[in-house]
Write a protein of this length. Structure first.
Length: 137
């Protein structure tokens, strides 16, 4: 009986070992499935990021082009403004000269009015005398 018990013990040990290995294989299969699922999720994320990055690159290229156009327009406006500033400065000088001339003309006109006013008063006075004098003179 000892050989039969030994055989039974050995068969039981082999069965336990087979059961344990079966559980380990099932666990390894689950782990492999989990890793495969995580790898798929990562791959999908990387693909989504690649698409998003491509879209952002296109948008950035458009913005870069728009910025270049705006920079060129700004440079043109700066040149135009510089030319207008020169013209404005020239007109300011001319306006100042005209202001001085106008002031002189106003002074001359005031002086002429005063002179003519005095002469006109003299003429009126002379006419009044002529009118007031007897006719025979």
């Amino acid at each position: 009986m000892s050989g039969l018990e030994d055989l039974e013990r050995r068969v039981t040990a082999v069965e336990e070992r087979l059961n344990m290995e079966s559980r380990l294989r099932a666990s390894a299969d689950r782990d492999l499935a989990d890793v495969t699922q995580a790898l798929r999720a990562q791959q999908q994320s990387i693909q989504a990021l690649a698409i998003t990055q491509s879209q952002h690159t296109g948008t950035l290229a458009q913005h870069t082009e728009t910025l270049a156009q705006h920079t060129e327009t700004l440079a043109q406006h700066t040149e135009t403004l510089a030319r207008h500033t020169v013209i404005l400065n020239q007109h300011t000088v001319i306006l100042n000269e005209h202001t001085v001339r106008l002031d002189r003309l106003e002074t001359s006109l005031t002086t002429m009015r005063q002179d003519h006013g005095a002469k006109l008063n003299l003429i009126v006075t002379m006419l009044d005398r002529l009118i007031d004098e007897p006719e025979g003179r």
